[in-house]
Design a protein around this ligand. Structure first.
Ligand SMILES: Cc1ncc(COP(=O)(O)O)c(C=O)c1O
Length: 385
């Protein structure tokens, strides 16, 4: 099942590349001007908000774009924390990428607020929702939690966490950056206050996007320049947007929707992600059963395919450092990360931070069973050297 149609070596479909090129070739300008290129800019931004709204299950007016998820989270956390007082609390998790930890730690330090990190279960790599909800108290202002771990592939049971935050009036800030390549978010069903994603993870350009409940985007006060619009969501978007990237965000979401069927884009996305899920679960089962046969390879994270994991695997090869394994695999044309991939607290909790972390292997919707077998073959070879 090789769905991606981009040129060899790219991670994005041709339509995304073409959308960027066309935008730059045809020209586009900041919106607000009385000329065609400026009107094009406004139309592009509106189209991208509509598309991103379909992707996340939100209204277009609840979507804002920015440089990347990290920058958006630093900006939004500062705005959220404007009225925090000493003794207020923010709950973070050890499973999260640091982009959903450091912004909260930094702002908590400025405000004298307490940061409560919740560990995950080291045996399964899963966050226990009860462990997170038990950390929430009346002073909690934000619960920052990942939808899926970029290190261990674990998927979080978010609903009880979001509900528990809402009970005490705390805001839930969900990192769906890793999740978005594998599963479709639905912010209405989830009920979260914020949900962040990054288009390059779902086969688009390097642009971040953030969903925020309308009421928050309207009532919170952004850090902005005075002449910038006062109305949401524009008031949250600092400076000139990357219009060519916005065109490509729409193209990437349309690409994903084209993998499914249905009467409108949201339904096509749902059907596409059902197919992606079925395909990736098949790859995961294949990979996990292969690794289970290799005494020299240890898997971290959920041991089975299914609701609790995406097709991202952290492994350790006996007798070799993670960096050495990644280099050997790279020499054989298999590109994998080693280290902590910014999931610093996850590696620290596993006691692996100082020794170079783990090797991370990821499969997506265009990965084939043959490619999984090739990865397994190389792991087998390295683990029996
Ligand atoms: C789970 C997760 N969250 C956040 C980020 C940061 O995203 P960005 O690069 O858009 O800032 C990443 C990037 O790898 C990630 O995997």
């Amino acid at each position: 099942m090789a769905w991606l149609d981009g040129p060899a070596g790219t991670q994005v479909p041709s339509v995304v590349i073409d959308a960027i090129a066309a935008r730059l070739r045809e020209g586009v300008s900041n919106h607000g001007g009385s000329f065609a290129a400026s009107r094009d800019g406004a139309e592009l931004a509106d189209a991208a908000r509509l598309a991103a709204g379909d992707l996340l299950g939100a209204s277009p007016g609840e979507i804002l774009f920015g440089q990347n998820m990290t920058s958006l989270t630093f900006a939004m956390s500062r705005a959220i924390a404007r009225d925090w007082l000493p003794g207020d609390r923010v709950v973070v998790t050890n499973l999260d990428h640091d982009a959903n930890v450091s912004p909260w730690r930094e702002v908590a330090q400025e405000k004298g607020a307490e940061v409560v990190p919740v560990p995950f279960d080291p045996a399964t790599g899963l966050l226990d929702a009860v462990a997170v909800t038990s950390a929430i108290n009346e002073r909690t202002r934000v619960v920052a939690v990942t939808a899926a771990s970029n290190a261990l592939g674990s998927v979080t049971d978010l609903v009880p966490i979001v509900k528990a935050a809402a009970v005490v009036g705390a805001l839930s800030y969900v990192d769906a950056v890793h999740y978005s390549a594998h599963r479709l978010s639905d912010v209405r069903t989830l009920g979260c206050d914020f949900l962040a994603a990054s288009a390059y993870k779902f086969f688009g350009p390097h642009t971040g996007l953030l969903y925020g409940k309308k009421e928050h985007l309207e009532t919170l006060t952004p850090y902005k320049v005075r002449p910038a619009p006062e109305t949401a969501p524009d008031r949250w978007e600092t400076g000139t947007q990357s219009f060519e990237s916005l065109a490509a965000v729409t193209a990437a979401i349309d690409y994903l929707a084209s993998l499914g069927t249905g009467e409108d884009r949201r339904h096509r996305l749902q059907s596409a992600f059902d197919a992606i899920r079925a395909h990736e679960d098949g790859l995961s089962t294949r990979f996990l059963s292969g690794v289970a046969e290799m005494p020299g390879v240890r898997l971290y994270g959920p041991p089975d395919a299914g609701d609790q994991r995406v097709s991202t695997f952290a492994v350790d090869v006996a007798g070799m450092g993670a960096q050495e394994v990644a280099a050997e695999m790279g020499r054989r044309g298999i590109y994998v990360w080693d280290g902590h991939y910014y999931a610093v607290e996850a590696m620290r909790q596993l006691g692996l931070l100082e020794q170079g972390g783990l090797v991370r292997i990821g499969f997506v919707h265009y990965t084939t069973a043959k490619e999984v077998d090739r990865v397994l073959g190389v792991l087998e070879e390295l683990s029996t050297l």
